[in-house]
Design a protein around this ligand. Structure first.
Ligand SMILES: Cc1ncc(COP(=O)(O)O)c(C=O)c1O
Length: 389
């Protein structure tokens, strides 16, 4: 047999392991490290959700479900979108229950992309987008948002569109920056995309964790619903990362094709998790409120401490991350994170885990208890004081 490397799909071969995961291997070597690394809520899944799952097992809801999900869940998901964000989708034809937002992104991109297509990708960005684009033989076209407060602008989108552009990933509220686009900023982007033969893949997984105003979806602007796939899910809103339930909301014509990819790939999401999700979206439709209030307190605390340390940072309006500049230390992101881990036993994620455009920044997650955050900030302050140039 030939060298195995040459037998592997070359798009797969060239994909790198996530920078976050690589850094976790290092963190695991340091005993007693305080962490600000995780992108998952530190709250428990609500009890009524757990009870619904137990009941689903007892009632033998343990078989395959329809490919797009159990009809009650499709109704609950579309009602939720209507009530929370004013978006109208048909339960029977415009929503698919997926295995987390991750699989929702995967089936969306696999349905839309062909070899040689271009996808506009605002960066720094969540690390999964780029490999998912490349797995389809398509090319990410980076749009550097670091000079525009991590906001995608109308001008940047306009300049990046070519005849090969098939989609724009719209990743707000943003992981890793916590930045959100205002209604006016979304309207401007919508105005550019409206005239183009392309889709928007709007990753709104943090939509329930927006602090200073209500979340707005690009799909609500005139003419946008028909060209937008909204990605959402329960991982962050209901602290259900391990249950693996997400959704795509898209025009029926597109959903027909997405369902083919979805059904040959996974058949359906877990029947038990779907029943749990039904409870989350009905009984627990406001479950995120208490968590959001707690995250907001933590954000305010962290922001104040970072400003005291004179680390420049955008005020996050959503999600549970801060993305401060570490330029004043003169260290690159990886050296900063490595030294901080070994010298002061604090783990943060290097900005370069979110593309090369994250160089000069680190990501801090505040999905941790206040005690943890206080100790983490004390350690960070000591480190930054020692390393300021
Ligand atoms: C921006 C973003 N999109 C998608 C996901 C994946 O979410 P899920 O756990 O529902 O697959 C994450 C998880 O961290 C994320 O941060």
């Amino acid at each position: 047999m030939k060298n195995i490397d040459s037998l592997i799909n070359q798009d797969v071969f060239h994909i790198q392991r996530s920078g976050i995961r690589k850094f976790f291997d290092k963190v695991a070597q340091v005993d007693g490290a305080v962490q600000l690394t995780l992108g998952q809520p530190d709250f428990r899944t609500p009890d009524h959700v757990k009870e619904a799952a137990k009941q689903a097992i007892d009632e033998n809801h343990t078989t395959y479900t329809p490919n797009g999900g159990i009809p009650e869940l499709q109704v609950a998901a579309t009602n939720f979108m209507q009530e929370k964000y004013g978006l109208d989708y048909k339960a029977e034809s415009e929503v698919i229950a997926t295995i987390g937002a991750s699989q929702a992104l995967d089936i969306t991109l696999r349905t839309l992309l062909s070899h040689g297509d271009e996808v506009l990708l605002p960066v720094p960005a969540y690390p999964a987008y780029e490999p998912l684009i490349r797995l389809n033989g398509a090319k990410p076209i980076y749009i550097d948002t670091s000079k525009t407060n991590f906001k995608l602008t109308k001008k940047a989108v306009k300049e990046a569109i070519t005849p090969r552009t098939r989609a724009l990933i719209l990743p707000y509220p943003s992981n890793p920056t916590g930045v959100v686009l205002s209604k006016t900023e979304l309207a401007e982007i919508a105005s550019v995309v409206q005239g183009e033969d392309m889709f928007i893949v709007s990753d709104e997984i943090y939509s329930e964790l927006v602090y200073d105003h209500k979340h707005q979806s690009i799909a609500m602007f005139p003419g946008m619903k028909e060209r937008t796939v909204v990605i959402n899910g329960l991982s962050k809103s209901h602290s259900m990362t391990g249950w693996r339930i997400g959704f795509t909301f898209a025009p029926a014509e597109l959903v027909t094709h997405m369902l083919k990819v979805h059904s040959y790939n996974i058949s359906c999401a877990s029947s038990i998790s779907q029943h749990a999700a039904l409870s989350a979206l009905t009984v627990g439709k406001d479950d995120a409120a208490a968590m959001r209030a707690e995250y907001e307190n933590r954000r305010n605390y962290m922001l104040e401490r970072l400003l005291e340390m004179e680390l420049p940072v955008e005020k996050p309006e959503g999600a549970f991350y801060l993305f401060p500049s570490i330029a004043k230390t003169g260290l690159d992101s990886y050296s900063f994170a490595e030294k901080l881990l070994f010298e002061d036993k604090l783990a943060v994620v290097p900005g370069t885990a979110f593309s090369q455009y994250g160089e000069g920044y680190v990501r801090l997650s505040y999905a941790y208890s206040m005690d943890n955050l206080v100790e983490a900030c004390n350690r960070l302050e000591r480190f930054v004081t020692r390393h300021s140039v």
